[in-house]
Design a protein around this ligand. Structure first.
Ligand SMILES: N[C@@H](CCC[C@H](N)C(=O)O)C(=O)O
Length: 277
């Protein structure tokens, strides 16, 4: 069976996007891993599935799998690509799209310049919402990792994030600490580890070691988590430009309980067909 797919990226965070509105396919862990393989497969950080909604108030269901084959709750760069994909494929003519995800509903707007603005929902900091093993809801939590005593902000953007402030992301120990934070036993479902350098109240640099994918060129929900944590700590003020290895995002957040908005670009790389036998 030949399945049509589209390869896309958001700031270098790359995706295999599959239309399951007009096609049928099943993806188990082994199949996702095989397709994600950089040498033996197509290669991607995440697989994005476009499905019909289950909720009649929604336009689509948006499902996300990490390269390691596990299904996850949310993906910010993927959400922007999702919006461009459903428009380009003429699965909708709407430029304002509502999608259901495992992490909750998202509202996507394709702007006149082609960039996509996403209402990512309200960041949540309560440890049980992340989930993170801690008794109190604090802006910073002590975390012992690989023999180091760190202070991290913990945030749920539907998916779990830990944010560590560093002096310089170019020399930050992302490859060493990233995997140890990702699999730290206090994060029951694993965590995405963000390394944030504050440039000014309105600008940060960020690298993210993603759960189930390793370090990526950009992480949209990681950018949201870093900005939410930075504003909560009094380090940042909205709007904030986030400079990731793959490019820039603009983040706006009015504070506790308010939705966080992320705006950025998308790119379609190529279309193809793959045999799923
Ligand atoms: N790259 C994504 C996040 C994808 C999911 C993440 N690795 C997780 O496991 O939660 C983004 O742009 O947000």
């Amino acid at each position: 069976m030949l399945l049509h797919f589209t390869k896309m990226h958001g700031l270098g965070n790359d995706f295999l996007v599959v239309d399951l509105v007009t096609q049928r396919a099943r993806f188990d862990v082994e199949r996702v891993r095989a397709l994600a393989h950089r040498q033996l497969g197509i290669g991607f950080d995440q697989l994005l599935l476009v499905e019909p909604p289950r909720d009649p108030d929604m336009d689509f269901r948006y499902r996300i799998y990490n390269a390691d084959g596990n299904e996850v709750e949310n993906c910010g760069n993927g959400a922007r690509c999702f919006a461009r994909f459903v428009l380009d494929q003429r699965l909708t003519h709407k430029r304002e799209i509502r999608v259901e995800t495992l992490g909750g509903p998202l509202h996507l707007v394709v702007e006149g310049d082609g960039r996509v603005r996403v209402d990512m929902g309200a960041p949540r900091f309560a440890p049980q919402d992340v989930p993170f093993d801690a008794e109190h809801d604090l802006p910073l939590h002590a975390l012992d990792v690989a023999g180091e005593h760190l202070e991290v902000g913990v945030v749920s953007m539907g998916n779990p994030h830990a944010v560590l402030r560093v002096d310089d992301i170019d020399s930050a120990p992302v490859a060493r600490l990233g995997p140890a934070i990702e699999s730290h036993p206090r994060f029951a479902r694993g965590v995405n580890a963000g390394f944030m350098q504050v440039i000014s109240a309105h600008e940060i640099r960020l690298r993210v070691f993603e759960r189930g994918a390793g370090e990526t060129l950009a992480c949209g929900t990681g950018a949201c988590a870093a900005v939410a944590s930075g504003i909560r700590q009094g380090l940042l003020q909205s709007p904030v430009t986030v400079r990731l290895p793959g490019g820039r995002l603009t983040l706006e957040w009015a504070g506790d309980g308010a939705p966080l908005f992320m705006t950025g670009p998308t790119e379609r790389v190529f279309d193809g067909r793959v045999s799923l036998n």
